[in-house]
Write a protein that binds this ligand. Structure first.
Ligand code: IMP
Length: 193
C-alpha cells in the first residue's frame, strides 16, 4: 500500500483521515517518522497555509506528504474567522475559547449561515497539487454534542438536524469539508499508483 506522511500535529485530523482512506492508503504521522517541531502556518489563505505545512515536511525529510488547512467562514462576520479560525479568540487560545467567542459574537444574529472549507496540499516528488472540500451549514445558538473537535459542537451542516459533534465519525466524514477534500485527494493519488 502506498505510504504518505500527513503534516499535522492534530490527532483528531489524523484519526479522521485514516478512517476515510482505510485499506487504500497508509497515512504516516509525524511521530511515525520521528519529526517534531512547530509547523509554520503564517500564510493568508488556506491553500497557502496547507502548502506551507507540506513544504516544511518535504524540506526536512524529502518524503512525499500532504497537509490540510481549514477555515470556518461565517456570513454575518464577513467570512471571518476564515484562515484565522485557530486563533480566533487570540494566540494560544483553546477550542473552547473559540467556541465561546463565536457564540458571543453571534448572540443577536439571525443570519447564521456559515461554511467549513478545507484545502489539502499534496507534494509528490516536486509536484504540488491542492484539493478543496466544503460544507455549508449554520452556527447553532448553543453547543450540541460532545464528539468531534474544534468548532464541531456549534456547526450544523445543512444535510443534518444536529451538529458535527453529535455525529458518529462516519457520519461526519461522509459530508464534512475534510471528508470531501480527502476523497478528491485519495482518488487522485490512487489513480497514479
Ligand atoms: P487548522 O486547519 O488546524 O488551522 O484549523 C483551523 C481551526 O479550525 C482550528 O481551530 C480547528 O480546531 C478548527 N477546525 C479544523 N477542522 C475542523 C473540523 O473538522 N471541525 C471543527 N473545527 C475544525
Amino acid at each position: 500500500m502506498k505510504q504518505i506522511v500527513f503534516a499535522t500535529n492534530n490527532p483528531h485530523k489524523l484519526d479522521e483521515i485514516r478512517a476515510i482512506v482505510k485499506g487504500r492508503l497508509e497515512v504516516l504521522s509525524l511521530a511515525d517518522i520521528n519529526l517534531s517541531g512547530d509547523i509554520p502556518e503564517t500564510a493568508d489563505t488556506l491553500a497557502g497555509n496547507a502548502l506551507q505545512k507540506a513544504r516544511w515536511v518535504k524540506e526536512k525529510t524529502g518524503l512525499d506528504c500532504f497537509a490540510d488547512d481549514t477555515g470556518l467562514m461565517v456570513d454575518a462576520l464577513d467570512g471571518q474567522p476564515g484562515v484565522f479560525s485557530a486563533r480566533y479568540a487570540g494566540e494560544h487560545c483553546s477550542p473552547a475559547d473559540n467556541v465561546a467567542k463565536m457564540l458571543d459574537e453571534m448572540k443577536n444574529e439571525t443570519n447564521r449561515r456559515a461554511r467549513f472549507v478545507t484545502v489539502i496540499a499534496l507534494i509528490e516528488g516536486n509536484k504540488e497539487t491542492t484539493f478543496e472540500g466544503r460544507v455549508d451549514g449554520e452556527i447553532l445558538c448553543q453547543p450540541d454534542g460532545d464528539g468531534g473537535f474544534g468548532y464541531d459542537p456549534i456547526f450544523k451542516p445543512e444535510e443534518s438536524t444536529y451538529s458535527f459533534a453529535a455525529m458518529s465519525s462516519d457520519e461526519k466524514n461522509a459530508i464534512s469539508h475534510r471528508g470531501r477534500a480527502t476523497r478528491k485527494f485519495v482518488e487522485y493519488i490512487l489513480q497514479k499508483h
